[in-house]
Design a protein around this ligand. Structure first.
Ligand SMILES: Nc1ncnc2c1ncn2[C@@H]1O[C@H](COP(=O)(O)OP(=O)(O)OP(=O)(O)O)[C@@H](O)[C@H]1O
Ligand SMILES: Nc1ncnc2c1ncn2[C@@H]1O[C@H](COP(=O)(O)OP(=O)(O)OP(=O)(O)O)[C@@H](O)[C@H]1O
Ligand SMILES: [Mg+2]
Ligand SMILES: [Mg+2]
Lengths: 226, 226
C-alpha cells in the first residue's frame, strides 16, 4: 500500500545542500506492522512526512494505494490525509488554545460525523485521559499531550497509522498500553502501522524493521539487516 | 543543595482541584547524580519546574543552597536561574526564529562573556551538531532540537543541571553520548544532576532514584524503594 521508489529529499541552505534522504526505496504491505529505526538526524521524520503526504520528494516516486501522490493537487492531498491517514507527530502539533476533547474531535468535522464529542471522549478514555478532557495542552504533562496526539490520529479510523516516536514521553506501562491499542487495531481491523521508534523493545513488536542511516534505507527480513 | 519540604502544588480548574504534587519531601546533595522516575502525569515536570525556580509551590518550602526560594522576587529568581541552573525542558523551548548557535549563545549575554559564539559552537560540537550551527529549529530533527536544548543548558557552566527527559528523542548511541557528558561534568566539576527519565537504563546510571507516583515522592536507597 505504501510504495516509496528511489526517493531523494534535498534541502538547499544558501550554497550548502542537506541530503535528508538519498535514493530511498521501501514498501509496506496492507495490514503490515513496520518499525523504522535509525540514529537521530538520519531522515526518519522526513520519510514519514513524505509517506503522510505532508511533503514532496525532490526526486523519486511515492505511490499510496497505487496512486502517484506527486500528481495530486493540494485539495486531493488534504482529502487523502483526512480519509486514509492518521499521523502522530514527533512534536505532537496540538492546537495551543483548544481543550483535549476538541483536539480529538476536530478531524471528524470533515466526515460530518454527528457524534464527534462522544467519539473523542471514547478515544481519550482508551489512552487513559478520561479525566483530562477539558485541559489545554499547557495544562497537560508531556506524555499526556503525546496521548492526545495518539487519540486524535486514531479517532477518524484511518487505514494507515503513521506514528513518529509515539512513546518517547511515556513510561513503560503507558507505552505498553498504547502499543496494545495499535496491535489490536492492526490485528482486528487490518490497520497498516508504520512506527518510528528509538526503543528496541518497541521495534521488536513489529513484523519487520526498516533501518534508516544517513538518509538511506536498509530493509531487513524480520529484524535482521539483509 | 536542593531541599524540597512538604511541597504541594494544586491547580484550580473551575470547581475541580488537580493535585499535581501532594506533600512532597526530597533532598539532593551537592554533586549528586539523581534520577526521577514515575508514570506519565505523576508530577515529575511540576517538581522540576519548582526546583528550577520557574514555578512556586501552593504549600511547603523549597531551599536552594540554603536560600528560601519562596522569599525571592522575580529579579532574584531570574538571577538564580541564570547563574546556578541549567534546564533542559521536556519540550525543548527553543526560539522559533533563532539559529542553533544563537540559541546556545543567548544565555551567555547576562554574564557579559566576550566569546559567546565560540563557547556556543564548542557546546554544539560536543553534542554532535557542529554541522547544524545555522539551522532553525524547524530545520532540525527532533533529536537535534533536543541536543540544542542540552547544549544551551550546559553552556553557562551551571552548578545544577535539571534535565527533563533529555534522551526521549535520541537513539541509544546519541543518548549514551549525552549521558557521558553529564557524568563527566558530574565527576570532574561536581555538577549536581537531576534527570527525569522514562528509561530504566538511564536511571540505572544515577547514584540514586526518586520515584514519583500520583503526586507523591518515594525516596529510595540506591535504586530500591524504601
Ligand atoms: N527544513 C530543513 N532544512 C534543512 N535541513 C533539514 C530540514 N529538515 C530536516 N533537516 C535535516 O535533515 C536531516 C533529517 O531530519 P529528520 O527530521 O528526518 O531526522 P530523524 O531521523 O527524524 O531524527 P530524530 O530521530 O532526531 O527525530 C537532519 O540532519 C536535519 O538537520
Ligand atoms: N496548568 C495545569 N493545570 C491543570 N493541571 C495541570 C497543569 N499542569 C499540569 N497539570 C496536571 O498535573 C499532573 C502532573 O503533570 P506533570 O507535567 O508534572 O507530569 P509528568 O510526571 O511530568 O508526566 P510526563 O511523564 O507525561 O511528562 C498531570 O496530571 C497534569 O494533567
Ligand atoms: Mg524525527
Ligand atoms: Mg513531564
Amino acid at each position: 500500500v505504501i510504495d516509496i521508489e528511489n526517493v531523494t529529499k534535498v534541502y538547499q541552505m544558501g550554497d550548502v545542500e542537506v541530503r535528508a534522504l538519498q535514493g530511498v526505496t521501501c514498501h509496506v504491505e496492507r495490514g503490515e506492522f513496520v518499525a523504522i529505526i535509525g540514529p537521530s538526524g538520519s531522515g526518519k521524520s522526513t520519510l514519514m512526512n513524505i509517506i503522510g503526504c505532508l511533503d514532496q520528494p525532490t526526486e523519486g516516486t511515492y505511490r499510496l494505494d497505487g496512486i502517484d501522490v506527486g500528481e495530486l493537487d493540494d485539495d486531493q492531498l488534504a482529502e487523502i490525509r483526512n480519509q486514509k491517514i492518521g499521523f502522530v507527530f514527533q512534536s505532537f502539533n496540538l492546537l495551543r488554545r483548544v481543550p483535549a476533547w476538541k483536539q480529538v474531535a476536530l478531524p471528524l468535522i470533515y466526515s460530518g460525523a454527528e457524534d464527534r464529542r462522544e467519539r473523542a471522549v471514547t478515544a481519550l478514555e482508551a489512552v487513559g485521559l478520561g479525566e483530562r478532557l477539558n485541559h489545554l495542552p499547557s495544562e497537560l504533562s508531556g506524555g499526556q499531550q503525546q496521548r492526545v496526539a495518539i487519540a486524535r490520529a486514531l479517532v477518524t479510523e484511518p487505514s494507515i497509522l503513521l506514528a513518529d516516536e509515539p512513546t518517547g514521553n511515556l513510561d513503560s506501562k503507558s507505552g505498553a498500553e498504547v502499543m496494545a491499542i495499535f496491535k489490536r487495531l492492526n490485528r482486528e481491523r487490518g490497520l497498516t502501522v508504520v512506527i518510528v521508534t528509538h526503543d528496541a523493545s518497541i521495534a521488536a513488536q513489529a513484523d519487520r524493521t526498516i533501518r534508516i542511516f544517513d538518509g538511506k534505507a536498509y530493509e531487513t527480513n524480520g529484524h535482521t539487516p539483509l
